[in-house]
Ligand binder design. Structure first.
Ligand code: NAD
Ligand code: DAU
Length: 348
């Protein structure tokens, strides 16, 4: 039996990773460490509550004493680190929160792992889940590959870039066996409705305006979250230590085209006249430092580990919309309280 720590498992991507591992690996005990910020929600893992090989640990990755204590107690053989402040707009409002969790929290975890295993790293792995935003912005052509120099533009991406550098530095300096992946934009069930797709689904349901930043001609490369979870499983088990893997959807969309596609699908689901949802599109002030385009060259993981996305964008988007309709209570719960304050600050 191996003990595996997954951080941020109550969040969007983390909950899909925890589910994949708990259901697939009965020889692992999965510990989910999460401080349940506004983005963390144990409802995301309700189906796993009573599984024997799953345990939730309530705690903050910046709390050094607590983190050291659980590493000592549970002797984690592997770590999959996803806990982070993850929303770019919030990082513009409050950069310090991002530095604390994303940089400091990562160092606390690295130290705890080093304290436990530096005498013998054999069979141990620290997998850091990161983002393509560390590479900065592309122009109209080109793709990010694993050798693209880091050039982060937002406080969020700067904090993730910094954490990536610390992970690499622990590899170089102490021999800590790490893996890093840098993934493009995820979408799917359980995503907090501050990110583009779930925010716009919720706003269409509530007949609220759809705030498109700038001219809407920004491009992102979209990947279904369950395909990311499969990639994380593969990288954790088959990835070569001290290496980085880029993960992407081979699926570039300009924001405005994506929003129009989403509007079309929502009109069908809501049984309303074609064009109704599009009427809600409103161009608003641009995001400061807005990166023009992200697009991933995912050839390395494709060729070396045999991974490619299984779900097409149209399928994934349709399943995502269905999930939000089927989970209206979830949506109501997460959009009450603090969300209302954030929404006012961000969009008024
Ligand atoms: P999320 O915001 O949905 O979830 C983050 C989780 O981390 C939450 O459960 C939250 O409670 C927890 N958390 C936050 N601060 C914590 C702390 N100090 N201590 C313990 N737990 C804490 O994020 P997500 O979108 O699921 O992203 C997960 C990871 O994947 C992040 O590291 C992010 O940078 C990376 N990533 C995200 C995307 C994307 O499109 N969402 C793409 C590539 C990489
Ligand atoms: O690329 C990976 C990254 O993708 C992850 O590391 C981040 O955690 C994740 O949040 C995401 O970052 P983005 O900033 O690309 O995602 P977001 O959903 O916030 O925005 C997607 C695009 O839509 C971006 O160009 C900004 C635009 N947008 C977003 C919002 C919230 C709007 O036009 N209006 C909005 O209200």
């Amino acid at each position: 039996m191996k003990n595996i720590l997954i951080t941020g498992g109550a969040g969007f991507i983390g909950s899909h990773v925890v589910r994949t591992f708990v259901n697939k690996y009965h020889n692992y005990k999965i510990y989910n460490l999460d401080s349940l910020t506004y983005a963390g929600n144990l409802e995301n893992l309700k189906d796993l509550e009573n599984k024997k090989n799953y345990k939730f640990l309530y705690g903050n990755i910046t709390n050094e004493n607590y983190v050291n204590e659980i590493f000592k107690k549970y002797q984690f053989d592997g770590v999959i680190h996803l806990a982070a402040e993850s929303h770019v707009d919030r990082s513009i409002l409050n950069p310090l929160d991002f530095a604390k969790t994303n940089i400091l929290g990562t160092i606390v975890l690295l130290n705890a792992f080093k304290l436990l295993w530096s005498n013998n790293w054999k069979g141990k792995k620290f997998y850091h889940v990161s983002t393509d935003e560390v590479y900065g912005s592309l122009g109209d052509s080109g793709l990010f590959n694993e050798k693209t120099p880091y050039d982060p533009n937002s406080p969020y991406s700067a904090s993730k870039a910094s954490s990536d550098h610390f992970v690499r530095a622990y590899g170089e300096t102490y021999g800590l066996p790490y893996l890093i992946s840098n993934c493009s934009n995820n979408y799917g069930p359980n995503q907090f409705p501050e990110k583009l797709i779930p925010l716009f689904i919720n706003n269409i349901i509530e007949n609220k305006f759809l705030p498109v930043y700038g001219d809407g001609n920004y491009t992102r490369d979209w990947l279904y979250v369950k395909d990311h979870a499969i990639a994380i499983d593969l990288i954790f088990h088959k990835g070569i230590k001290y290496e980085t893997y880029n993960v992407g959807g081979f699926n570039e969309y300009k924001n405005i085209d994506l929003v129009k596609l989403l509007c079309k699908l929502m009109d069908v689901k809501l049984n309303q006249k074609k064009g109704e949802s599009e009427k809600l599109i409103t161009y608003v002030k641009d995001r400061p430092g807005h990166d023009l385009r992200y697009a991933i060259d995912a050839n390395k993981i494709n060729i070396n580990l045999g991974w490619s996305p299984l779900v097409t964008f149209e399928e994934g988007l349709s399943q995502t919309i269905d999930w939000y309709f089927d989970n209206s209570e979830w949506l109501k719960n997460v959009t009450s309280g603090e969300y209302q304050n954030y929404y006012k600050t961000q969009y008024n």
